[in-house]
Design a protein. Structure first.
Lengths: 118, 113
């Protein structure tokens, strides 16, 4: 079974600075998806960024980028120019690419609570 | 706004009772997933439906059941409720069962007293 580990329960960053959230995962599969979801105080789960394991290029969405190291099974999220609205719980998630049993569930880490200081 | 709707937003009930949580997927999405978020278990997958058929089960208790209707909305039924069932229940949807991204609804917060 796949597991996702977020080793930083809490992180803080100054407004306009850069912060990196860590995620490692364990899988025997070669093809899969990785995601970062954001959960602000409203509790809504918002997709931040997605990475396909078969793509070598790291995904980027505006101020959000990932550092995907497939061999190391590492998937970190970098937030540049941090804003007060970035304060939230961030979850790393794994999903298989192909499932013979049609189970495309997301497996989540425990989350990292990000505080942005003005 | 993800386009996924869930009702009710909040639910307070007593132990032993039964409740129904409702989810409407994004327009055009055929697949619905249910997740439970609790303090001790984190975010866990419960069950998945695709076009009316159950496709996968996760850590779903026997006291819980779900279904997806012809109009593609889904309901999660929780019965014989216990204090430990208090959690945030999310519904997510995607176009195909294997589509890359699941879009989450706002969740239903269940409190069992």
């Amino acid at each position: 079974a796949q597991t996702v580990t977020q080793s930083q329960p809490e992180m803080s960053v100054q407004e306009a600075e850069t912060v990196t959230l860590s995620c490692t995962y364990d899988t025997s599969e070669s093809d899969y998806y990785l995601f970062w979801y954001k959960q602000p105080p409203s509790r809504q789960m918002i997709l931040v960024i997605r990475q396909e394991a078969y793509k070598q290029q790291n995904a980027t969405e505006n101020r959000f980028s990932v550092n995907f190291q497939k061999a190391a099974k590492s998937f970190s999220l970098k937030i540049s120019d941090s804003q007060l609205g970035d304060a939230a719980m961030y979850f790393c998630a794994y999903r298989t690419l192909y499932s013979g049993g049609s189970n495309y569930k997301l497996t989540f880490g425990k989350g990292t609570l990000l505080t942005v200081n003005p | 706004d993800s386009g996924v709707t869930q009702t009710p937003k909040h639910l307070i009930t007593a132990t032993g009772q039964r409740v129904t949580l409702r989810c409407s997927p994004r327009s055009g999405d055929l697949s619905v997933y249910w997740y439970q978020q609790s303090l001790d278990q984190g975010l866990q997958f419960l069950i998945q439906y695709y076009n009316g058929e159950e496709r996968a089960k996760g850590n779903i208790l026997e006291r819980f059941s779900a279904q997806q209707f012809p109009d593609l909305h889904s309901e999660l039924n929780l019965s014989s409720l216990e204090l430990g069932d208090s959690a945030l229940y999310f519904c997510a949807s995607s176009y195909r069962t294997g589509a890359e991204t699941q879009y989450f609804g706002p969740g239903t917060r269940l409190l069992v007293l």
